[in-house]
Design a protein around this ligand. Structure first.
Ligand SMILES: Nc1nc2c(ncn2[C@@H]2O[C@H](COP(=O)(O)OP(=O)(O)OP(=O)(O)O)[C@@H](O)[C@H]2O)c(=O)[nH]1
Ligand SMILES: [Mg+2]
Length: 327
């Protein structure tokens, strides 16, 4: 899972990135401090994995991870090459998800406006991609080539839906890699986590990036003394929820490992997260849920009570399932 951190210049993207990843990316009070993207990997906080560790006592306990990419600031006109322009947009194209940071730690703050500026740039960049593609396909369609005519029809449908601000049709042609088809969630970088955020039609999660980056440097004792606690775990979990991700676990050999997938994924597709061979050669999976394990205390007890199910390819994996995949 790759999450890109985007937003206008100077809104605290690198500050948040540092807090999330414990990295030391450059932070400064002027725009375009970040040019090349900063990349960092973060473990997803997971109390169930901890409990699985207590029950199984494996040699290795591996959480799922998220890759965060701190991207250069975007300005109005980026789709036409303003600021760092198209280079920035090409970095966004590779992301599974985007987090936009809106700045509310300075005097004026207008989340909706900041969000619209970025949305418009992504939209214009997409429109350009589709229009370019339409011009390249049109001559062949005019010659009466069937495939080209069909492709053109799809392209017009996509163009139409982009113009309506709806990215759902972009799935018709994934190779276009449209920016507006990437899910976005919004964080507001605030002075104080309790401060009031202006009304907005977007769902906004507050965060104090600077405080978070400072908390990171403190020991547990210092945190207690200063009565500060980090909200980053909450933020990662909020992202998980917004993206509708769930976690499943595998207990293979001496390792217990957590994996994330989209809710609604089949057992066979989930197996592909582990290895493409697991997806290709999937036969069945032995499955139980973590909640049952917690109740019965051990896998042995589950087995004795007939609570370990055998599921096929089409089984839809549930949050906190523990799966033993047979290939
Ligand atoms: N008071 C306060 N200042 C912040 C906060 N977050 C960031 N800043 C300051 O805002 C300035 C910009 O922060 P950066 O993290 O470099 O911002 P950026 O979005 O990465 O900027 P570019 O890479 O230039 O686009 C720095 O001086 C930070 O110290 C915050 O939560 N509170
Ligand atoms: Mg930066």
């Amino acid at each position: 899972m790759q999450i890109g951190i985007i937003g206008l210049p100077n809104v605290g993207k690198s500050t948040l990135f540092n807090a999330l990843t414990n990295a030391h990316a450059a932070v400064a009070d002027y725009p375009f401090t970040t040019i090349e993207p900063n990349i960092g990997i973060v473990s997803v906080p997971d109390t169930r994995l901890k409990k699985l560790g207590e029950i199984y006592k494996p040699e290795k306990l591996t959480p799922t991870t998220i890759r965060f990419v701190d991207i250069a600031g975007l300005v109005k006109g980026a789709s036409k090459g303003e600021g760092l322009g198209n280079k920035f947009l090409s970095h966004i194209r590779e992301m599974d998800t985007l987090v936009q940071i809106v700045s509310c730690f300075r005097d004026n703050c207008n989340p909706s406006d900041e969000i619209e500026v970025i949305k418009t740039e992504l939209f214009l960049a997409d429109l350009e991609v589709v229009v370019r593609k339409i011009s390249s396909v049109s001559p062949r369609a005019k010659c009466g080539i069937k495939e080209a005519k069909e492709e053109l029809e799809i392209l017009y449908q996509i163009k139409d839906s982009i113009e309506k601000g709806d990215a759902s049709n972009s799935q018709l042609s994934p190779e276009l890699q449209l920016l507006t088809s990437i899910p976005v969630f919004y964080l507001v970088n605030v002075k104080d986590i309790n401060s009031k955020i202006p009304e907005s039609k977007y769902e906004l999660v507050p965060i104090n990036a600077k405080l978070e980056s400072e908390i990171l440097e403190l020991s547990d004792a210092e945190k207690k003394e200063l009565e500060v606690k980090s909200d980053l775990d909450k933020l990662i979990l909020a992202g998980y929820k917004i993206l509708d991700l769930i976690t499943f676990y595998t207990t293979v050999g001496t390792e217990i490992r957590a994996w994330n997938i989209k809710r609604g994924t089949s057992a066979q597709k989930a197996a592909g997260k582990i290895h493409s061979d697991f997806e290709k050669n999937f036969i069945r999976a032995e499955v139980f849920n973590f909640s049952e394990l917690e109740k019965y205390g051990s896998e042995k007890a589950l087995r004795e009570n007939g609570l370990i199910r055998v599921e096929g390819k089409e089984y839809i994996v549930k949050d906190s399932d523990v799966m033993n995949i047979k290939i």
